[in-house]
Design a protein around this ligand. Sequence first.
Ligand SMILES: [Zn+2]
Length: 155
Amino acid sequence: MDCRTVLKLNDRYLAEGLPDGVLAQYLEHIASCDSCHDNLMTDYSITKAIDQLNRNEDFSTDYSKELTEKLEKSRQYLARKKRIVRYKHAIAVILMVLSVPFSMSSTFATAKYYKPEGSEESLKLKYYGMPEQLDPIRQAIREYNDEAITKLREK
Ligand SMILES: [Zn+2]
């Protein structure tokens, strides 16, 4: 951002009207260019003085300190915004990594042959998803085991 653009943006900055992307470039320039910082200081003092006149308030004694604080607040605001964006990216990456095993295991159909008791033919069972959790055979064995254990306990 060049000095002319910065000069034109002073009013909007003082009215808190700069979008985040512009604000970042604006602050960067103000921090590195003494002449633009001085211009902003003048604009700030005039704006503030008019404001105080309108409200019948006493004039501030230290516009320079006030402006420094205002600039610091703007920088902190942008830093906070940046942190939030970084967190959002991190969370998106974590969610993607977590969803990979699910999407992979649910893509493949797995077939299993199962011969029910007293039957001549075996059945072909197909299932999708997490093999351990959606496996009807394992589920049946587990249930059978649970039943057997319960019966043993009763005896
Ligand atoms: Zn400049």
